[in-house]
Ligand binder design. Structure first.
Ligand code: WT7
Length: 650
């Protein structure tokens, strides 16, 4: 190793491997590893030709001229092409499958709605016409702050139909978060609902909007969908009811021919400090990669019932509930509420009731299910499932094995999909009919994606050495800028390794080229000069049968520079004790070596999570080091956890 400070120690040796089931491969879009490799090699040799070929899958009003104009870090894909996202998701399916269910929705209180492609088209074209009557023009920004109801997807598709730039704000965010985004985007319109249901309670969406836009100037109108029908403030000059607007309207808006590079949406990510970043995605490139990645990774078939459990407020919901599945003409299931309402088997009940065949969720949800006990899923058949997926964080091998056996009954491949808000679509993932799986590995890059692990100088590291995860070529669904801050875009993603996109993650590749994500670079721990990623140490703690979930952090240490402190939650039926903590410390030392031996393991009832379900290690680091908690904690799912954890450290 040239420079230990630039690379990461790799500790975990996971040797299990699972080949795709024969019947699955036989029917798959990409049926074996050889076909994948051929596709990938061809794509890297001539990316322009590869993406040009893929782009035939979309409907174009006018063909493009150049596949890519690349003036790093600025990309233009499919120049001068004209197309429409809403047309690709709706109109073009009307001839072939008007009656197929497009959105299959279940509300938290239990109602079910089915919208066919014909229904969805009519709703979208009608609502788009209403937006036109309000005087909204191409490139105006529209904020959507809604519950998980079909109208959220309808509003997105209506915006994209007439060239409005949508910005969805997760319904769990506060008035302050809305205000920051209104001010940055200068949105003219907010679309919301009176309220939404979450764990049986009403979320006050409209009241939050009113509070957010006090003393702001850009917002001219608020459209309110009536979901809960409870009492809300209503301002007749500014506010419109969704049902009144649409009832008055008799027009259907045509899908406008938009430019390939016309902005499609802004999605704000909170980041770890201060100001949210407005990640901007554009029309053609985003849609193309959403389309092909959905087809490859989820291996969609005509009769699949596909369910991604994310909220549409995150990129996962944009790409893999709305744009990817609908552009493929699939049936996409949408669920409004919490996984444990009114009982912890709700997800499994939904799978059985609607015959879900493809299920895509997050490691954080899986770890909660594990904590609640496998007795619960065992009460359901889960026999319609044929493919499982995860996204959002590294999945610990033991969590993977639980998913594979308890939910998938050892017959469903698992696609562990690595990507980011910035990448727009899945970048590293198994193709379920082609790629042998290794628990905990996102496996191989999708065709056309030149992912690599490099040292501090940008040179590839040898197998099984950790380093920085980069993407070496531009790809169609890459972000184009940070809204209002192009310098930050260039700095943040393209400066560290000139000519390469820096992901902010660390990873290693094994001897077969498989990618293993080691964690965020910001979370790396340096013990006695060794750089250690968080994910492998956590996986080692979680491999003990009593542990449900774990997060490790580094805190200052006089001799070692930093030492490891682990926070862990136990499975139901296991009692925290100093002996248990010691057992776990010994377990890690034995499993992956004394270098990764935690100085301390704290057994806690739960871990601090962001609203999107990621563990907030930054906060744990402060708590472990007994530092004051300053900075932004508004992204925390439940702020009361700070006090709870601080007490546990006394
Ligand atoms: C970060 C991006 C992309 C949709 C949801 C998250 C982590 C994501 C994986 C995975 C290991 C993963 C990375 C990445 N991440 N998927 N399969 N294995 N880590 O989007 O909020 O933009 O977060 O999530 O650290 O950089 P996001």
């Amino acid at each position: 190793m040239k420079d230990a400070s630039e690379t990461l120690e790799s500790l975990l040796k996971e040797k299990r491997s699972f080949s795709p089931p024969k019947l699955f491969s036989a029917a798959a879009h990409v049926p074996d590893l050889k076909s994948y490799q051929a596709l990938h090699t061809k794509a890297l040799k001539n990316p322009d030709a590869f993406w040009a070929e893929q782009a035939k899958a979309l409907h174009w009003f006018h063909p493009w001229e150049k596949t890519l104009v690349w003036d790093a870090p600025n990309a233009k894909w499919f120049t001068k092409g004209k197309l429409n996202v809403s047309y690709n998701c709706l109109d073009r399916h009307l001839k072939t499958q008007p009656h197929k269910t497009a959105i299959l929705w279940e509300g938290e209180p239990g109602e079910v709605r089915k919208l066919s492609y014909q229904d969805l088209y009519t709703e979208v074209a009608t609502f788009a016409a209403c937006l036109q009557t309000l005087g909204l023009k191409k490139a105006d920004r529209v904020i959507l702050y809604m519950p998980m109801i079909p109208e959220l997807a309808i509003a997105m598709l209506a915006c994209s139909r007439i060239g409005l730039i949508h910005s969805v704000i997760f319904g769990g965010f506060s008035a302050q978060a809305i205000r920051d985004r209104v001010e940055d985007s200068k949105a003219k319109l907010i679309i919301t609902a009176d309220g939404g249901y979450r764990r049986g309670k009403i979320v006050e969406l409209k009241r939050n909007v009113d509070q957010a836009i006090q003393n702001t100037s850009s917002v001219e109108h608020v459209i309110v969908y009536q979901r809960t029908k409870h009492e809300i403030p209503f301002h007749p000059k500014k506010d419109f009811w969704w049902h009144e607007l649409t009832a008055k309207n008799k027009n259907l808006a045509d899908a406008l021919p938009l430019d390939s590079e016309d902005p499609l949406f802004i999605l704000y990510t909170s980041g770890t400090t201060g100001k949210p970043k407005g990640i901007l995605h554009t029309t053609a490139g985003y849609l193309l990669q959403a389309h092909v990645s959905t087809k490859w990774v989820f291996d969609l078939k005509d009769d699949d019932i596909y369910w991604c459990t994310a909220d549409i407020g995150w990129i996962t919901g944009h790409t893999y509930i709305v744009y990817g599945p609908l552009s493929n003409g699939a049936t996409t299931l949408m669920y409004e509420g919490a996984p444990n309402h009114p009982h912890p088997g709700r997800f499994w009940e939904i799978i059985d009731r609607h015959k879900v065949s493809i299920f895509y969720t997050s490691p954080t949800a899986l770890r909660a299910f594990i904590q609640w006990g496998e007795k619960i899923p065992h009460e359901y058949a889960l026999s319609t499932l044929r493919l499982l997926g995860t996204v959002g964080e590294p999945i610990n091998p033991e969590t993977w094995m639980w998913y594979y056996s308890v939910i998938g009954k050892e017959k469903c491949p698992i696609v562990d999909t690595w990507w980011q808000t910035e990448t727009g679509s899945i970048m590293i993932s198994p193709l379920p009919g082609a790629t042998p799986l290794k628990p905990g590995s996102a496996t191989l890059p999708l065709p056309g994606i030149d992912a690599e692990v490099v040292d501090g100088k940008g040179n590839p590291v040898p197998p099984n050495t950790g380093g920085f995860l980069v993407i070496r070529n531009p790809w169609p669904s890459m972000l184009r800028t940070i809204y209002n801050d192009h310098d930050r875009y260039s700095e943040h993603y393209w400066k560290k390794f000139p000519g390469m996109y820096w992901t902010g993650d660390e990873a290693r590749r094994d001897e077969e080229g498989y990618f293993w994500i080691l964690g965020r670079a910001d979370d790396v721990i340096k013990v006695s000069g060794h750089r250690l990623g968080t994910s492998e140490i956590e996986s080692s703690v979680v491999s003990h049968p009593s542990v449900a979930e774990c997060a490790v952090v580094g805190i200052p240490h006089k001799i070692k520079g930093e030492c490891i402190v682990a926070f862990a939650t136990l499975k139901q039926g296991h009692v925290p004790s100093p002996e248990m903590a010691q057992t776990l410390i010994n377990h890690v030392a034995k499993e992956i070596g004394t270098i990764a031996r935690p100085e301390e393991i704290r057994l806690v009832p739960r871990l601090p999570k962001t609203r999107s379900g990621k563990i907030m290690r930054r906060l744990l680091r402060k708590i472990a080091a007994k530092e004051e908690i300053v900075g932004d904690t508004t992204t925390l799912e439940d702020p009361s956890i700070i006090e709870e954890l601080s007490k546990s450290m006394a």
